[in-house]
Design a protein around this ligand. Structure first.
Ligand SMILES: [Cu+2]
Length: 140
């Protein structure tokens, strides 16, 4: 009997650890939306390009975007049931939109250097479910 105790404890602690990871993955947070305002400045080609993005549970459409402009204005429509946000990492320096509630439209203006940049929803549990996209800046 005494020999069986340690292996049983090991199995039990492994199961607890496995369940803990499963619960962490299951959490998709749903924070309250921010107060949203539309931008008052112009965004026109060739310098600035408006890109329409639709966010849902848990996607960003389109998943790949391309621009030759040096500034982008994302016009983000949330068609999901969760709050979403759009984050663009430029040189590891993330720029993030407000939290956009279901049915709302939010904006993110950002200067973009040439290259390929990752877009994600920064709300916990969303990007791991596939809420990510890429922006390719050709630099005209
Ligand atoms: Cu999201």
């Amino acid at each position: 009997m005494r020999r069986a105790t340690i292996p049983l404890l090991l199995v039990a602690s492994f199961l607890v650890a496995a369940c803990g990871e499963g619960l962490a993955y299951a959490v998709a947070e749903n924070p309250p939306p921010d107060f949203l305002t539309a931008p008052t400045t112009a965004c026109e080609l060739p310098r600035c390009q408006v890109i329409d993005v639709t966010m849902s549970d848990f996607k960003i459409v389109p998943s790949t975007m391309t621009t030759s402009a040096s500034r982008v204005r994302f016009r983000i429509t949330n068609e999901g049931t969760f709050t979403h946000s759009l984050e663009l990492a430029v040189d590891r320096d993330p720029v993030t939109s407000p939290n956009i509630g279901p049915g709302q439209v939010g904006y993110l203006d950002v200067d973009v250097p040439p290259g390929t940049h990752a877009l994600t929803c920064p709300i916990v549990g969303h990007a791991v479910r596939g809420q990510r996209a890429t922006l390719e800046v050709t630099g005209g």
